[in-house]
Design a protein around this ligand. Structure first.
Ligand SMILES: [Zn+2]
Length: 120
């Protein structure tokens, strides 16, 4: 779902509205897995139930910044508090501000990526 924002100069920009991060929970063993899986990565069962993440996690691995020095984004993997790993991008950060162990929260989740912000 998207929303159209009218900029002060009259140009329209399409920005994603807040969309939650979904994950899968195994009905049999309770393990959490990233969305898109067909089978539980722990027990192999197919009884996966779609859940909505609380949206808070810890940076597990830094994957490199996007673009040049002027961009303030950091790609990373995040171990979510529910127990699954999400791949995404932390936005509005200074170079070196994000480290393994930093706490982040979900801003918006889109198919294929999730945008995070440093947790306040
Ligand atoms: Zn399982």
């Amino acid at each position: 779902m998207t929303a159209t924002v009218i900029e002060p100069l009259g140009t329209a920009a399409t920005v994603p509205s807040a969309a939650p991060l979904h994950y899968l929970s195994c009905r049999w063993c309770g393990s959490a897995a990233e969305a898109g899986r067909l089978l539980c990565p722990v027990c192999g069962a197919s009884g996966l139930v779609r859940q909505i993440s609380a949206g808070v996690g810890t940076v597990r691995r830094l994957l490199g910044a996007i673009g040049g020095r002027d961009t303030h984004t950091q790609r990373c993997t995040v171990a979510m508090d529910e127990g699954f790993v999400a791949r995404g991008t932390v936005v509005d950060v200074l170079p070196g501000e994000i480290a393994v162990g930093s706490r982040v929260r979900v801003l918006v989740s889109e198919p294929g990526t999730t945008y995070f912000a440093v947790r306040d």
